[in-house]
Each structure stands twice: as C-alpha cells, then as structure tokens.
Design a protein around this ligand. Sequence first.
Ligand SMILES: CC(C)(COP(=O)(O)OP(=O)(O)OC[C@H]1O[C@@H](n2cnc3c(N)ncnc32)[C@H](O)[C@@H]1OP(=O)(O)O)[C@@H](O)C(=O)NCCC(=O)NCCS
Length: 181
Amino acid sequence: MRLLGVGGAVCVITPMRRRHLRRVMRIEALTYERHWTRSVFESELDQVGRGGRHYVVARSDGDIVGYAGLWVVAGGSVPTEAHITNIVVDEANRRRGVASALMCHLGRVARAEGATAWTLEVRATATGAHELYRRFGFAPAGVRRGYYENGTDAVVMWCHELGDDDYGHRLDALDPNRGGR
Ligand SMILES: CC(C)(COP(=O)(O)OP(=O)(O)OC[C@H]1O[C@@H](n2cnc3c(N)ncnc32)[C@H](O)[C@@H]1OP(=O)(O)O)[C@@H](O)C(=O)NCCC(=O)NCCS
C-alpha cells in the first residue's frame, strides 16, 4: 500500500545529520539485536565529504521513517563500485516504498560518482529485503557463514548493471517518489 504525501512523494530524502541520530538509533535498536552504535554513525558522518560516504534519512510528515548509507569506492585501476552499508525503515512505515525511494536515491548518487556496480550484505533470513534487492537487479554472489548475531549467514549480493544507461531508467521506474513502483 502506498500512502502518498504532499506532491505525490512517499518521503523526502535529505542528508543525515548528527541531530538525526537520536531517532536513527531508536529505529536501529528496534530493528537489530546487535546494531551500529551511535559512535559508529558519528564516525561515518564525520567522514562524509571526505571519502565517498553518503548517509541519508527519509522523512514522512516530518518524521524520520528510514535511513540508508553508501560508500563509493574508487578503485584506481579497477572500476568504481558502491557498497550499501545499511538501509532500514521503521517497522510502522514499511511496504510504503520508503526503502525503494532510498535505494533509487543512492543508486543515482553512486552513478553520479562513476560507480558501475553496487553490492551489499543481507541476512539470509531477510526474505523481504532479498525481494527488494532483486527488484533492483541484485543477485546472490556468495555467503558469509555465521556473519551476523545468532550465527545467521550473510548473503553477498551484487548488481553489475549500475553504470548502464538503461539502469537510470530502471531507477526512475522503481522510484515511488517519481510515481514508480
Ligand atoms: C527491508 C526493508 C528495508 C524494506 O523496506 P520497505 O520500505 O518496507 O520496502 P519497500 O516498501 O520499498 O518495498 C519494495 C518492495 O520490496 C519487496 N519487499 C519489501 N519488504 C518485503 C517483505 N517484508 N516481504 C516481501 N517483499 C518485500 C516487495 O516487492 C516490495 O514491493 P511491494 O510492497 O509493492 O510488494 C525493511 O523491511 C527493513 O527495514 N527491514 C529490517 C532491516 C533490513 O532487513 N534491512 C536490510 C539490510 S540487512
């Protein structure tokens, strides 16, 4: 179900700031048993602008309902790639297109910085997230056994089409903030 806000957008995406961390940490703690600490987020935010790091929040009706992070790794002689470090949507706001909007935003950022592939790690048990990523062209490429708490495996997923011309259209078609889904 999509609940559209003002102007037809499901959410507004802006850079994450330190003042957002209280709400971000609340969502993080409700989502994961073992989660990033505030100091990890602070350290990441300190590096924004210096090293290809991007952290954003999604707001709906003024409240932060999700957030996501991206590292763009320029490889010198190898193609530039992007790593999604986290993407979380507050439980009460899921299945509204917020994560899709965040992914579309990060995908455009990564493309603008020259990345031609992007990757992420996801809990093997997070079937909803797998479906989300599949829609964005990610496919499983490997497994890190027992990577998460309770011995849950991490599935490493890659999408190598990020830099393709068509992929920009795919992002537009998937972006709920642009009428896609
Ligand atoms: C995974 C997560 C980020 C998805 O956020 P979301 O805002 O609900 O995702 P969207 O609304 O953009 O979903 C887009 C599509 O992904 C798929 N999807 C998302 N969640 C799903 C679920 N729980 N079950 C099945 N499909 C799902 C669907 O195809 C969905 O489209 P639809 O709603 O039209 O059917 C959210 O559930 C979450 O924060 N989970 C906990 C953290 C997590 O697992 N993060 C992933 C990295 S480990």
